[in-house]
Design a binder for this molecule. Structure first.
Ligand SMILES: [Fe+2]
Ligand SMILES: [Fe+2]
Length: 400
């Protein structure tokens, strides 16, 4: 899932909304999120006070409802998942493996192949590697995402055989190749401080993530659909950029991952569409909740042991390179509101559901306007240079 991306999206109940300049995120909040690591508290407080506030009248699925009604809907979808979701996993035999895209360590030509890889890597600038490391670090926190997915599909036993459990295992197995592939490529490239990168992964898995789904499958699948589309964009853009820089092998690496993410996006988008079809009132309120709560990028808590603003700086580099931007996030909101037919939900909505529908339908325009204002603000800023431990402390240009 989940890959890096420059950005975060989020949703909180009952509050206010704002664009996060450094993380491409749409934010709203009133309820207090789980406490972040201490090093992030001051930083996050500073960011929250700079938000543009938009009045709301929040509604959401209650905790009671999220643990009963929504779980029942999910159980009723097991047969649907068997025939509509599981086919979106690729059989192992026809799936690419990291070994297919990297020099063969058992081949006599291994050293020459590595030399060629490293020669190509030397032509690629540091800002690209910052984006690639951010994507890789995000992928490597897969244990967190596997646990999060299981929390909202109610999968608590590794031998369970229902469709949701098999999807969870199969999806995780596919995702596991992403971090492996990027990690091995970066190790061979000689372009990054591997130990610093490994420490960042260690910190991130230890810090967890903020999902804000409260084990509610409606909210959880909405979050995951956003994530998969965002990661597809991010990996797709690193692939295109590698091609433009003349490294076709690296372009294939990033492109293979982007292809997986597109398939995963299709799966989770399909799940949410089915939830909208079967329980539109709960679905639209869950979407409103997530949009207000914010969809934070899963790597938001990344830390390399040095830079307390690492995610913000990484996101700013991705923004500057066009790997993942605030405009991409605005497009995501527009895409999903349209894809899930929110404007066309019938007259069966409750008053709360209608308020949620109204809020969500107005959101794409709001997000676009905020993105345009943020873009104009950023253009007025002088670029600055920030050292990244991932590239041996060399400075990389960005705009905050
Ligand atoms: Fe994915
Ligand atoms: Fe992934």
């Amino acid at each position: 899932m989940v890959s890096g991306l420059a950005a975060c999206y989020v949703v909180n109940n009952g509050g206010t909304a704002a664009w996060s300049s450094s993380s491409s995120s749409w934010k709203t909040s009133t309820t207090a999120p789980r406490a972040p690591p201490p090093r992030l508290v001051a930083f996050r407080r500073r960011r929250m006070t700079t938000m543009n506030m938009i009045a709301t009248g929040a509604t959401c699925i209650s905790r009671r409802e999220s643990s009963s009604t929504t779980a029942e809907v999910l159980r009723s979808l097991d047969g649907w998942a068997e025939s509509n979701l599981l086919p979106l996993l690729k059989p192992v035999e026809s799936s690419w493996q990291p070994h297919d895209l990297l020099p063969d360590s058992a081949s006599p030509g291994f050293r020459d192949a590595v030399d060629e890889l490293r020669a190509r890597a030397r032509e690629i600038p540091d800002d690209y590697y910052v984006c690639l490391v951010g994507n890789m670090v995000t992928e490597e926190a897969l244990p967190t995402y596997h646990a999060a997915l299981n929390s909202f599909v109610g999968y608590d036993c590794p031998s369970r055989g229902d469709a949701w459990a098999r999807w969870s295992r199969g999806w995780t197995a596919e995702e596991n190749r992403h971090g492996d592939l990027l990690n091995r490529y970066l190790y061979l490239s000689g372009r990054v401080d591997v130990r610093r990168v490994e420490q960042t992964i260690h910190h991130l898995i230890g810090s967890g993530m903020r999902l804000a789904a409260d084990k509610c499958p409606f909210r959880g699948f909405i979050y995951t659909a956003f994530q998969e589309r965002a990661t597809a964009i991010s990996h797709g853009n690193t692939a295109r950029r590698a091609g433009a820089l003349g490294d076709a092998c690296l372009a294939r690496i990033c492109g293979a991952i982007a292809g997986d993410e597109k398939r995963h996006e299709a799966a989770y988008t399909r799940v949410v569409a089915e939830l909208f079809a079967r329980a539109p009132d709960a679905a639209v309120r869950a979407l409103e909740y997530m949009m207000r709560e914010r969809i934070l990028m899963p790597a938001y808590y990344m830390f390399d042991g040095r830079d307390p603003d690492l995610f913000r700086h990484y996101a700013a580099v991705a923004q500057r390179l066009g790997v993942y931007t605030t405009a991409d996030y605005a497009d995501l909101v527009r895409f999903f509101v349209h894809r899930w037919g929110v404007a066309d939900l019938g007259p069966g909505l409750t008053a709360e559901g209608r308020r949620a529908q109204d809020y969500v339908c107005r959101l794409p325009e709001r997000v676009s306007k905020m993105e345009q204002r943020e873009d104009a603000r950023r253009r007025r800023q002088e670029p600055c240079r920030v050292p990244f431990s991932w590239v041996f402390g060399r400075q990389v240009e960005l705009q905050l």
